[in-house]
Design a protein around this ligand. Structure first.
Ligand code: ADP
Ligand code: MG
Ligand code: ZN
Length: 498
């Protein structure tokens, strides 16, 4: 690749528009009663409707409509009280009907936005529309053979189309993360990119800065992680700038991202809308939504991640980063809020936040292992909020030190026991009594005369050596504050004696 662009490339700006497909968490498919589940025996969740057998008629899944409207409202997209289902016609082996039921000119919602923040800078990404459609089946390639699995055929999707007003891969990723968090919070989607329940196509173009017209775009498919979205977009921007700087023209086409080689390859010429021969689905009536239906769904939307982040900063005085971490996963956010409620002001909120962020979350990284062991699905079932707060209170009261606290937490997650029980059983209570600690210190000083002499002669670094030795002798259970105090006193005395 030409390296000229690094100097000349700065005269270009990139323009990105994202198309996101998100599966809806309905029990059944969008137009039939087959179950909507992932990972079961191929072709075991199919019926005449989703197989496209002649004469079978689709019926609209009300639950799917509800979830789509909920997502649209959360994304500030205007709900269209009348929308129309259409047939999008094309041939592919995973599409038995020969068309996909979708929405086109009259989608269920259009015109909205999502506010994002990239490196501290706020930006509003305009959303063109959110519409409802059905998914296609899947092809499975094994060696030289290909198989068709139609379990996914007919499962509900929303497609969310942004305007082309995203200007960097960083903005694209921030938008996708925020979007996914919202859908997961709402219970609309499970947001799993690897399993394909949250998928994204990136439309990318470049233009000279200040040019009012958009450049020719390519559509990049197969970007199934945030990392890949970022890399694929960056690659595509550089590639297009190179083409232009070398006197060529970007061709409008669909390209495939190859994550192993980190590049995009042409896949097919870009289809035009008229290629799909859109026409109104004759077997379904237009979808008419009432004000009451819409306002009921609006009322069911709970606090979203962005609102939570702001409230955590304002109400709990937490740093932006901490609020971000705590709100990323709805389950954790609600758990944290529960801790604060039952705490009733006993422990500083900042401290509770630290326990959750630094200790609980890192322990939960091995959650899958624990879940296997204990078959618990939710964090609250692994460690009840009152038990977790109980642990924090033990540390605050000085019954155990912070390090022992971490050991106790690991044990709590494994056994589900309370902190107090574990401390007793494992004899972990902190040694705080002056006499006990004093005796141990005397011992340690006697055992290390050379280091003691060094310390007295002014090698202050050796102080840490003695603290460490005392902690080791007490198996980490000594109250470190007390150890420091008493050690200082003993050494001052020894100093006088000399
Ligand atoms: P389709 O891909 O089905 O033809 P659209 O015309 O709705 O559909 O556009 C799809 C996406 O492409 C939208 O997200 C839009 O913002 C984006 N897009 C359109 N033109 C450009 C462009 N010149 N550069 C970057 N993205 C673009
Ligand atoms: Mg497209
Ligand atoms: Zn079916």
């Amino acid at each position: 690749m030409n390296s000229m662009h690094s100097t000349n490339g700065s005269q270009f700006e990139s323009v990105i528009g994202l198309e996101v497909h998100s599966q809806l968490l309905t029990k059944t498919k969008m137009f039939c009663t087959c179950p909507n589940i992932f990972g079961i025996e191929p072709n075991s969740a199919v019926c005449p409707v989703c197989l496209g057998l002649p004469g079978a008629l689709p019926v609209i899944n009300f639950e799917g409509i509800k979830l789509a409207v909920k997502a649209a409202l959360a994304l500030n997209i205007v709900i269209n009280k009348r929308s129309v289902f259409v047939r999008k016609n094309y041939f592919y082996p995973d599409l038995p009907k020969g068309y996909q039921i979708s929405q086109y000119l009259e989608p269920v919602s259009s015109g909205g936005y999502l506010d994002i923040k990239v490196e501290g800078v706020e930006k509003r990404v305009e959303i063109n529309r959110l519409h409802i459609e059905e998914d296609a089946g899947k092809l499975i390639h094994i060696g030289n053979e290909s198989y068709v699995d139609l379990n996914r055929a007919g499962t509900p999707l929303v497609e969310i189309v942004s305007e082309p007003n995203i200007n960097s891969s960083g903005e694209a990723v921030a938008y996708l993360k925020e979007l996914r968090d919202i859908l997961v919070y709402l219970g609309v989607s499970d947001g799993n990119m690897e399993e394909g329940s949250f998928r994204c196509d990136a439309n990318v173009s470049v233009r000279k800065k200040g040019d009012p017209d958009l450049g020719t775009r390519t559509e990049v498919k197969n970007v199934n992680s945030f990392k890949f979205v970022e890399k694929a977009i960056n690659y595509e921007i550089e590639r297009q700038i190179d083409v232009i700087l070398n006197g060529g023209k970007v061709i409008q086409e669909t390209r495939l991202y190859d994550s192993r080689e980190n590049l995009t390859r042409p896949m097919r010429g870009k289809e035009e809308a008229h290629d799909y021969r859109y026409f109104e689905e004759p077997d379904l009536p237009p979808l008419i939504l009432t004000d009451r239906f819409i306002s009921e769904i609006k009322g069911s939307i709970t606090e979203l991640p962005a609102a939570k982040r702001e409230r955590y900063a304002a109400e709990y005085l937490l740093a932006e980063y901490d609020s971000g971490v705590l709100t990323q996963d709805k389950e954790i956010a609600l758990y944290f809020e529960d801790l604060i409620e039952i705490n009733e002001g006993r422990v500083e909120i900042k401290k509770i936040a630290n326990w959750v962020i630094n200790d609980l979350l890192s322990e939960l990284k091995t959650k899958d292992k624990m879940r296997e062991k204990r078959k618990e699905e939710r964090v609250v079932d692994l460690v009840k909020s009152e038990n977790f707060l109980g642990l924090i209170l033990e540390v605050e009261a000085g019954n155990i030190n912070k390090n022992t606290g971490k050991t106790v937490l690991t044990e709590m997650l494994l056994s589900g026991k309370k902190a107090g029980e574990i401390i007793k059983e494992k004899n972990l209570a902190q040694v705080s009594d002056e006499k006990g600690i004093g005796d141990i210190i005397e011992h340690v000083l006697e055992e290390n005369p050379k280091e003691l002499a060094g310390l007295i002669s002014g090698k202050d670094k050796l102080f840490g050596f003695f603290v460490g030795a005392v902690m080791k002798k007490t198996k980490g259970k000594a109250n470190p504050k007390k150890v420091n105090e008493i050690l200082k006193r003993s050494i001052a005395e020894k100093n006088k004696e000399c």
